[in-house]
Design a protein around this ligand. Structure first.
Ligand code: ZN
Length: 851
């Protein structure tokens, strides 16, 4: 496949393009062929959506396009039963439906050079319509438009769309284009939308149903917002903020790119239990409702996440929507720009120090979590067929790529980088481009060797292990040498710049390191006085496993800058995983000592997350018992001593996560029962729901908890979610068995976000002696989950399933599965290795300890 790519890239002669065969999905060969013969594509689509979700959606499509040659049959993608098609005409002539391997085959004798028209009467496929009892929404990324209507489902065949929706009278709708008019009929209402801008099929979208409509302005653009949230506190606190964040983001990106908002309208919808955080359909962005609507008790973390999410989707309007990758192998480009640009827009509003801290905490731990595993994938991966595009997504795209982009920006300089990216956007607007297209443009703006840099950072996986040697002559440093090696695989170096800070009583000395090869002698260090301790990667922008000066630990919580502390926390945790320097129990104790002293909310979250992972995954039941009482005490007293309410809330959540004792149970039970939060903490309905589930999963003496909590929930969408999760938390094993068995049916996995929440409780460490029995079946289901689920689901399914196991038995099941499936899909195998890496590490670490 790699060879095929190179042929395409280097040669535009028609001879080099192999004729596409008919096969499932959208192969690269098919995409290249269609791109070479098709243009001027327009879809006119009319859908009649009944109120009952079990009734079929009748559809009429008129597809116009130009053909440059009619040599070969033309494949139109339709991944549905051909019996759904009742009438097919090509250029006015009725023809017999020929459907093969997910394609409608249009034979050359019906086609002509120049303009063609295909008309199709059919029932819409429902694979990507997300039908609920009183609303639905499309989600076509990466290649799921073809599950709903016949189309050329590839990102580089951009088309315009004219959509008409016939809906129940009390439904509302939003789509990519502006609304032209609505027509009222008896029980029904018709929405005619104008013709859209040029869009890739994966960006064509609409949502319709019983929604509330808010009409506001994003900058000067009219922007409709559909939502189903009912909580008046959340609405009051969130609606103005949601518009304000969109406005600020839009303005920032217009300035940064020097291109005004490129689409005819702005608009968005909040979808209950949406399977992603958001999706960037122009004019009809979709968001997970719970991420947009926050109440007055929201933590900084939640507020940051909302700002980031909105900025991310807004950045996509330029990066991904206006300029689109030509093939999904470069899907990471739109994601890295969206994430990186979202961070940049926050830098402008929050300042540099806060930006660096947020960037570090958001991206590095998540990138390391994949890149340190034997299943790590490169940022850029080849792709033979769009049906496998979903497997490309993951932490590397979302978190390592922004780190790489920041390195690239600092290598080129901010201005040159911006000039290059502006040139790229302008050149490829309303069209498609690849990563080599961008690198070619950037290369012209810098003397740096981007080719070499690109190879290790973008085309290869993994990270460097950085180490150091220091020599002293009496009280002075005689030499400080920094080295790097690859953590896995062959010998490689990652060129990167970073800082090393030497700490002295009352002062610091910052050294800049430019590590281009395997070794660097830091000349500046020679002759300096011996420091109290050294902090490596002190600016937090270097990537890899960083060394920890053993003298640093005792000064850890005296480090003044929050960024320095978080660099130290991350480096210590990575060192613990590597089995060097510090053991899990010792690190948990060290981190828990800082809970009362750490004042930065983002660092408290980082520490709490590390503590939770070490506690649940790197300690067995016996070790937990030994750690638990002291940890509970530390968390509770830290919560009381913290001044900020958000810090208190973070610690309360951490306490709720780890508690085991009777005292803690009684305390939390009373809080839940009387809805009486500790002083300074605001708990929302969602927080009380979480608390009820935490109590129930511990087999609480009050077995009415779940029923009572259910009766407290008033919003119908949240009630459905809770009722879905309830059996996974049940104390009765038979109920949990039945719940797990039900997941075998795709229909029961349709609400992915709810399934993931339920899996967390099903596989809770306190339930694992029973749930270990579900692991093999969970692996058996994975391939099917990839083919029926949305893009993040296989990874999240594995993470929610294996995320907290630590026993040898679980590790043996994974090994057995991999041994029994030697020819397993390599992308899915990599996901398994990523998700179970902590499991294997903890087994290895405990055998080192003689457990
Ligand atoms: Zn995105």
């Amino acid at each position: 496949m790699l060879l095929l790519f190179m042929v395409f890239a280097s040669c535009s002669s028609r001879k080099a393009i192999p004729d596409p065969v008919v096969e499932n999905g959208v192969s690269r060969a098919l995409a290249v062929y269609r791109k070479s013969v098709l243009s001027a594509i327009h879809y006119k689509l009319e859908l009649s959506i009944p109120a009952q979700k079990t009734k079929a959606i009748s559809a009429h499509e008129v597809l116009n396009f130009k053909l440059s040659t009619v040599k070969l049959p033309l494949q139109l993608d339709f991944k549905e039963d051909p019996s759904k098609i009742s009438l097919l005409t090509v250029n006015g002539k009725k023809i017999t439906v020929k459907h093969d391997q997910e394609h409608l085959i249009l034979l050359p004798q019906y086609l002509k050079k120049g303009d063609n028209e295909v008309r199709i009467l059919f029932s819409a496929g429902e694979g990507a319509l997300n039908r609920n009892s009183d609303y639905l929404y499309t989600l076509f990324v990466p290649d799921r438009a073809r599950t709903v209507f016949p189309c050329f489902d590839q990102p580089d065949l951009k088309a315009t769309y004219t959509l008409t929706l016939h809906l129940p009278q009390d439904w509302k709708a939003i789509a990519n284009a502006e609304l032209k008019d609505t027509v009222q009929e008896q029980q029904r209402k018709t929405y005619h939308f104008k013709t859209s801008d040029l869009l890739s099929t994966y960006l064509f979208a609409f949502a319709a149903g019983k929604f509330e409509l808010c009409q506001g302005l994003v900058n000067k653009l009219k922007a409709d917002f559909l939502y189903r949230e009912t909580d008046p506190d959340k609405l009051k606190a969130s609606l103005p903020a949601i518009y304000a964040i969109h406005s600020a983001s839009l303005k920032y990106f217009e300035n940064w790119t020097a291109i005004p908002y490129p689409f005819q309208k702005f608009g968005f919808a909040a979808i209950p239990d949406f399977q992603f955080g958001g999706m960037e359909h122009p004019g009809a962005i979709q968001y997970k409702s719970a991420s947009l609507f926050l109440d007055a008790g929201a933590t900084k973390d939640q507020l940051n996440a909302r700002t980031n999410l909105i900025a991310h989707e807004t950045a996509h309007m330029w990066f991904g929507d206006l300029v689109t990758m030509d093939w999904f192998s470069d899907v990471w480009m739109k994601e890295v720009f969206a994430n990186f640009m979202a961070d940049k827009s926050a830098e402008e509003s929050d300042g540099k120090a806060s930006y660096s801290l947020k960037f570090l905490i958001d991206h590095f731990p998540a990138a390391y979590a994949v890149d340190r595993t034997p299943g790590a994938n490169p940022i850029r991966q080849p792709l033979d067929n769009l049906k496998d595009a979903g497997t490309l997504y993951g932490n590397i795209i979302y978190h390592k790529a922004p780190v790489m982009m920041q390195q690239l920006e600092s290598l080129m300089g901010k201005d040159k980088f911006q000039q290059g990216v502006r040139e790229y956007l302008k050149k490829f607007a309303n069209s498609n481009a690849s990563w080599p297209d961008l690198i070619r443009i950037l290369d012209a703006h810098t003397p740096a060797d981007l080719e070499k840099w690109n190879k290790v950072w973008v085309n290869e996986s993994g990270r460097p292990v950085i180490d150091y040697e220091i020599a002293y002559q009496s009280t002075q440093i005689s030499a400080l040498t920094i080295t790097q090696r690859a953590e896995y695989g062959e010998k490689r170096v990652w060129p990167q710049a970073f800082e090393v800070t030497l700490f002295y009583p009352g002062s610091v000395k910052v050294l800049h390191a430019d590590l281009a090869g395997e070794q660097l002698i830091l000349k500046e260090a020679a002759g300096l006085d011996k420091p109290l301790f050294i902090l490596f990667n002190s600016a937090g922008d270097g990537y890899g496993q960083w060394p920890v000066d053993p003298l640093m630990q005792s000064y850890l919580f005296t480090l003044e800058k929050p960024l320095h502390r978080s660099v130290a926390y991350i480096s210590l945790y990575e060192q613990m995983l590597s089995g060097k320097t510090i053991e899990p129990a010792a690190l948990l104790t060290l981190f828990s000592q800082g809970l009362g002293k750490e004042g930065e909310e983002l660092n408290i979250r980082l520490l709490s997350n590390y503590i939770s992972t070490i506690y649940w995954q790197f300690s067995d039941a016996q070790e937990r018992q030994a750690l638990s009482a002291a940890l509970e005490d530390k968390l509770w007293s830290a919560m009381l001593s913290q001044k900020s309410n958000n810090n208190k809330k973070q610690l309360f959540k951490a306490y709720q996560d780890v508690f085991m004792s009777k005292t803690a149970r009684n305390r939390l039970y009373q809080i839940w029962k009387n809805k009486n939060a500790p002083d300074g903490i605001t708990l929302s309905e969602d927080d009380y729901t979480g608390l009820a589930l935490s109590l129930a999963v511990r087999g609480d003496a009050d077995d009415t908890i779940l029923g009572v909590q259910d009766s407290r929930i008033t919003n119908p969408d949240r009630k459905k979610r809770f009722e879905f999760i309830m059996p996974a938390v049940s104390e009765k094993k038979s109920v949990r068995d039945e719940f797990f068995a039900s997941l075998k049916y795709p229909a029961n996995r349709a609400k992915e976000s709810n399934v993931l929440a339920a899996l967390y409780y099903l596989h809770h460490p306190l339930r694992q002696q029973y749930s270990v029995g579900y692991l093999m079946k969970s692996l058996d289901l994975l391939a099917e989950i990839q083919s029926t689920g949305d893009i993040f689901f296989p990874q999240s399914w594995l993470q929610a399933t294996f995320g907290t196991y630590q026993c040898k038995e679980a590790a043996a099941i994974v090994s057995e599965f991999l041994k029994d499936h030697p020819d397993y899909n390599p992308r899915l195998k990599a996901k398994i290795l990523q998700a179970t890496d902590n499991l294997f590490k903890t087994v290895r670490l405990s055998s080192q300890r003689g457990k």
